[in-house]
Ligand binder design. Structure first.
Ligand code: IMP
Ligand code: MG
Length: 175
């Protein structure tokens, strides 16, 4: 499959993704039983993952989206731009951040620092994909869909230069 100037091949199928999302939702429902959650999906990438996951959350929950962009084409720019964020009071709330992918952990680290200032009761992290090199960073991910090698992927919310987010499976850049 070609997106702009690059060739991609299938990496994780839609069935595998859906199966894993159900397992994660079950675990979240169990872990937060008796509590309320404020789910924070990170736009744009987490939108497909978050919408599939939220249908399977059975505990009382609310949503608030944040939008961040740090990526330029296939490389992290190292700049953190929070474009828009949470407007409601998050003090003493249990937050669960939903991401498409944690790569260097830079985005997540900055977001957590921002959120902590407002003294939530807890901050959990749920990501569809975790790049293995991120395990070296100080970010502790609570729920991971798939741990992957350090390769560039698209689909299921993830983009290459703005394209490919709508793909229902995950594709990897052909080497
Ligand atoms: P980090 O700050 O390096 O952890 O990068 C996180 C953000 O970069 C993610 O939210 C994605 O938007 C983007 N990103 C990282 N790796 C990939 C990839 O393989 N494909 C598409 N986007 C990626
Ligand atoms: Mg993202």
């Amino acid at each position: 499959m070609k997106i702009k100037d690059k060739e991609f091949e299938i990496f994780i199928s839609e069935d595998e993704i859906n199966f894993r999302i159900k397992q994660i939702a079950d675990k979240i429902n169990e872990d937060y039983a008796g509590k309320e959650l404020l789910i924070i999906p990170v736009l744009n990438g987490a939108v497909l993952f978050a919408s599939e996951l939220m249908k399977k959350i059975t505990i009382p929950c609310q949503f608030s989206f944040v939008k961040i962009s740090t990526y330029f084409k296939t490389e992290s720019t190292g700049n953190f731009n929070q474009l828009f964020g949470i407007t409601e009071d998050i003090k003493d709330k249990h937050l669960l951040i939903i991401e498409d992918i944690v790569d260097t952990g830079f985005t997540m680290g900055n977001l957590i620092t921002n959120l902590k200032e407002q003294q939530p009761a807890s901050i959990g992290i749920c990501t569809l994909l975790l790049k293995k090199k991120a395990s070296n960073s100080s970010i502790k991910v609570n729920y991971t869909g798939f741990e992957i090698e350090d390769k560039f992927v698209v689909g299921y919310g993830l983009d290459y230069d703005g394209y490919g987010r709508n793909l229902s499976a995950i594709y990897v850049l052909k080497s």
